[in-house]
Design a protein around this ligand. Structure first.
Ligand SMILES: *Cc1c(COP(=O)(O)O)cnc(C)c1O
Length: 409
C-alpha cells in the first residue's frame, strides 16, 4: 500500500470552527426562535468598494476582446500592481522596497503555508501563544514538530506566551530560534507592536541569524500614528524579515483572493553545508514552478484600491469596522469585563468574567445572550480564559449584541 504523510495524523482533531458550528447548530435546533448573532468569524461582511468593482468590470471587458485579451500573466504579478504596492504601501512611508521584491498571490494563508518550501526542515520555529493556527498546523504538516501533548502543544515548537500578565508582549526566546512568526496587529488578541518591540525582535534576529515571518494582514486597521505598519520600518529588518500582506481584510477581498509577500533581496539564510543563500531567488523559483499568477481582473481590482477613490472607500469601510470594534469594547468595559484590542484591529480579546474557561463562556454567551464568539483556547494554551469577538458585522447586529452583553453579567 502507498504511504500517507503521517504528519497529518498529528494535527489536533477537533478543529475550532467545526466545534463552534456543532454547538451553534445544536443550540439553534433546540431553540429555533432564538436570533443568533455571530461575532465569531474572521471574515468581512461589507461589499467591495465601487472603485474596485468598476476596475474589475473594465478588466473583464478587456478579456472579451481579442486585442486586449490576456492569458497567463507574470507569475509574480503584473507590474502595474507591484508598482502600486511599492509606491503606496512602502515608498510613501519612506520604506525602501522595490516592485520586484513583491510577489502577488491568491492569499496570505497560502503564502504563510508555502513559505516553508524554501526553508530547511531542521529549523527551530517560534510562534506566539495564542496564535493564528495556520502557522502551527503548516509546520506540523511539513514534519517540523513532534506529536501534540495533552495541552495541544506540539513537541519541537517554541511557544512564546502573550497574556495580560506580560501585557501581550511576548518575551524574546531564551534559546536560539531560526524562524519567528509575528502577527501585528494581532489575530486573535487585537494588540499591536510598537517600534521598540519590533526593534527588539529585529535585533534578536540579527544577533542570532534568525528570520522573522511578519504577518501584517491587519495593517490597514492601525489608527495610532506611532505604530509601525510594516516590519521594514525597523532599521536592519531588510536583512532578517519577510512580510505577508493581504487585501482580504484591507479591502474585503476574502472571496476575491489577492495578497502579496515581500521578500527583500538582502534576506539570506544558509545551505546545509553552511554557505550563504538568498531567499528571494528561491521564493521566485517556487512561485513560478507551483503557481501561475492571480487573475487579471482581480489584480486590476486590487490596483484600484490605491486610486484616490479606492483609498477613500477602503478607509470608510475600515472605519466602519473599527467603530463596531469600539462599540463592542466599550460595552464590555462598562460591564466590568476586561477587554483588549479593538482599537487598531477588528478584534476584541476579552478576559472571561468569573474565571470561566473559554468554552464555558462560549456556552454561556450562546445560551444566555444568543451570541457566538470564538473561545480563546482554540488559539493556544495561553488563550484559555480569553475570548475573541470580531467587529465584522452590520451595525444593527453589533448594537443589538452590545445590549445583550448585559444578560451575561
Ligand atoms: C485573515 C488573515 C490572513 C489573510 O489570509 P488570506 O488568505 O489572504 O485571506 C492572514 N493572516 C491572518 C492572521 C489572518 O487573520
Amino acid at each position: 500500500m502507498t504511504y500517507i504523510n503521517d504528519n497529518y495524523l498529528k494535527l489536533n482533531a477537533g478543529y475550532l470552527f467545526v466545534e463552534i458550528a456543532r454547538r451553534v447548530k445544536q443550540f439553534s435546533d433546540e431553540n429555533p426562535s432564538a436570533k443568533i448573532i455571530r461575532l465569531g468569524i474572521g471574515d468581512v461582511t461589507e461589499p467591495l468598494g465601487p472603485a474596485v468593482i468598476q476596475a474589475m468590470h473594465a478588466a473583464v471587458d478587456e478579456m472579451a476582446v481579442r486585442s486586449s485579451f490576456r492569458g497567463y500573466g507574470p507569475e509574480q504579478g503584473y507590474d502595474f500592481l507591484r508598482e502600486a504596492i511599492a509606491k503606496n504601501d512602502y515608498r510613501s512611508r519612506g520604506i525602501d522596497i522595490d516592485a520586484d521584491e513583491i510577489f502577488v498571490s491568491d492569499g496570505s494563508k497560502c503564502d504563510v503555508a508555502n513559505i516553508l518550501d524554501v526553508f530547511g526542515a531542521n529549523n527551530v520555529v517560534a510562534v506566539q501563544d495564542p496564535v493564528y493556527p495556520v502557522y502551527v498546523d503548516t509546520n506540523v504538516m511539513a514534519g517540523h514538530t513532534g506529536p501534540a501533548d495533552a495541552s495541544g502543544r506540539y513537541g519541537g515548537l517554541v511557544y512564546l506566551p502573550a497574556t495580560a500578565e506580560n501585557n501581550f508582549v511576548p518575551e524574546l526566546p531564551r534559546q536560539r530560534v531560526d524562524l519567528i512568526y509575528l502577527c501585528y496587529p494581532n489575530n486573535p488578541t487585537g494588540m499591536v507592536a510598537t517600534k521598540e518591540m519590533l526593534k527588539r525582535w529585529v535585533d534578536y534576529a540579527r544577533e542570532n541569524g534568525s528570520i522573522i515571518l511578519y504577518d501584517a494582514a491587519y495593517e490597514a486597521y492601525i489608527t495610532d500614528p506611532s505604530i509601525p505598519h510594516s516590519i521594514f520600518e525597523i532599521e536592519g529588518a531588510r536583512e532578517v524579515a519577510l512580510e505577508f500582506r493581504s487585501f482580504s481584510k484591507t479591502a474585503g477581498f476574502t472571496g476575491v483572493r489577492c495578497a502579496f509577500t515581500v521578500i527583500p533581496k538582502g534576506l539570506k539564510a544558509k545551505t546545509q553545508d553552511g554557505r550563504e543563500a538568498a531567499i528571494h531567488p528561491l521564493w521566485n523559483r517556487r512561485h513560478c514552478t507551483k503557481f501561475n499568477g492571480v487573475s487579471y481582473p482581480v489584480q486590476r481590482g486590487a490596483e484600484a484600491i490605491y486610486s484616490p477613490e479606492g483609498k477613500r472607500q477602503t478607509r470608510e469601510t475600515i472605519e466602519f469596522y473599527l467603530t463596531n470594534a469600539r462599540l463592542v469594547r466599550e460595552a464590555l468595559t462598562k460591564l466590568g469585563i476586561q477587554a483588549y484590542g479593538g482599537i487598531n484591529a477588528p478584534y476584541v480579546w476579552l478576559k472571561t468574567p468569573g474565571g470561566l474557561s473559554s468554552w464555558d463562556f462560549f456556552d454561556k454567551l450562546l445560551h444566555e445572550a444568543h451570541l457566538v464568539g470564538t473561545p480563546g483556547s482554540g488559539f493556544g494554551t495561553c488563550g484559555e480564559g480569553y475570548f475573541r469577538l470580531s467587529a465584522f458585522n452590520s451595525r444593527a447586529n453589533v448594537e443589538e449584541a452590545t445590549h445583550r452583553f448585559a444578560k451575561i453579567t
